[in-house]
Design a protein around this ligand. Structure first.
Ligand code: NI
Length: 200
C-alpha cells in the first residue's frame, strides 16, 4: 500500500469512527429523552365525583402521594385481586407509611358505577380507599390522561350482559400529581411494598 493510499484509508477510518460516535451519542440522548417524556405523559388533571358525591379534581389530592388504579365494581377477578393486594400492601407498609399514600380507584364503567356503589365497593377492601366516578366523558378524559385502555365487551352469557376489558397498572403519583412509577398487575405484595417504599 502506498503512503497516499494509507493516509486515505486512515482518513476514511477516522470519518467512520466519528460517525459512529455521533450515532451512539444521539441514540443515548434519544433514550434519555424518551424516558423523561414517557413519565411526563402519564397523569393529568381530571374532574370526577368521589364516593361521597363531591366533585373533585386532581388538585384535591395534591400534597400526598397517590396510588391510582382504574377498574370497575363488576370486575370478576382483576380488580378485586388488585384492590386486595393494594390493601395488603398498605397493611405491610404500616400505619405511618400508609398515611402518606392515598389510593384512588377510578371507575371505567361510569354507566353502572354510581358514587354510592363505589363507596360500598372500595370500603369492602379498605376504609381509606377513595372511589371516583363521573360522566362517560369525564371518565374518558381521566383514563386518557393516565393512558389507560378500556372497552365494553358484550357477554351474552353473563349476568351483567357485558364485561369491561381494561389495563390494570397502578400508578404511583407524587404530591404534585407527577408520575413516579407504576406497578404491573398481579405483582407480589412484597414487591409492591418494596417499590412503593423507594418513593415514600
Ligand atoms: Ni377489573
Amino acid at each position: 500500500m502506498s503512503s497516499t493510499k494509507l493516509i486515505s484509508a486512515l482518513v476514511a477510518l477516522i470519518i467512520i469512527l466519528i460517525g459512529a460516535g455521533i450515532y451512539v451519542y444521539n441514540d443515548k440522548s434519544a433514550a434519555t429523552y424518551d424516558q423523561v417524556s414517557t413519565s411526563a405523559l402519564i397523569g393529568g388533571d381530571f374532574a370526577l365525583t368521589d364516593h361521597n358525591g363531591q366533585a373533585v379534581t386532581q388538585a384535591d389530592y395534591a400534597g400526598t402521594k397517590k396510588l391510582v388504579f382504574f377498574g370497575f365494581t363488576n370486575c370478576p377477578a382483576v380488580c378485586p385481586t388488585e384492590l386486595y393486594n393494594i390493601s395488603a400492601t398498605l397493611d405491610e407498609l404500616g400505619a405511618e407509611d400508609a398515611k402518606k399514600l392515598q389510593v384512588l380507584f377510578i371507575s371505567i364503567d361510569p354507566e353502572t358505577d354510581t358514587p354510592e356503589l363505589m363507596k360500598e365497593y372500595v370500603e369492602a377492601f379498605h376504609d381509606d380507599f377513595i372511589g371516583l366516578t363521573g360522566t362517560v366523558a369525564q371518565v374518558a378524559k381521566a383514563a386518557k390522561a393516565y393512558r389507560v385502555y378500556y372497552a365494553k365487551i358484550p357477554e351474552e352469557d353473563s349476568e351483567m350482559g357485558y364485561t369491561m376489558d381494561h389495563s390494570a397498572y397502578s400508578y404511583l403519583m407524587d404530591e404534585d400529581n407527577k408520575y413516579l412509577t407504576h406497578l404491573p398487575p398481579n405483582s407480589q405484595i412484597e414487591d409492591m411494598v418494596a417499590k412503593i417504599k423507594e418513593f415514600l
